[in-house]
Design a protein around this ligand. Structure first.
Ligand code: SF4
Length: 79
């Protein structure tokens, strides 16, 4: 029987996450950002290293799913 691993929640990660990579530059399918779709742009990013985290970003689900609450801001978002 496998022992359930302890999962730690560690604050302060310096993340760089987006859904704006052109499809011809990656070998997997990437869902579009709903905010970019609504604004007709490619400028919104989930997390930008050393700079910002999108107000609609709600985390990551293993392995690489962005949890997004657009168009309602994440109430836990820190400006
Ligand atoms: S968190 Fe959602 S709205 Fe914000 S950049 Fe990522 S996909 Fe777009």
């Amino acid at each position: 029987m496998n022992k359930k691993p302890e999962i730690r929640s560690l604050d302060g990660a310096n993340m760089d996450i987006d859904l704006v990579t052109p499809q011809d530059k990656i070998g997997w399918t990437q869902d579009p950002c709903p905010w970019n779709e609504a604004d007709g742009t490619m400028e919104h990013r989930c997390a930008v290293k050393n700079v910002s985290i999108c107000p609609y970003f709600c985390g990551i689900k293993f392995t690489d799913n962005v949890l997004c609450c657009y168009p309602t801001e994440n109430p836990y978002h820190k400006a």
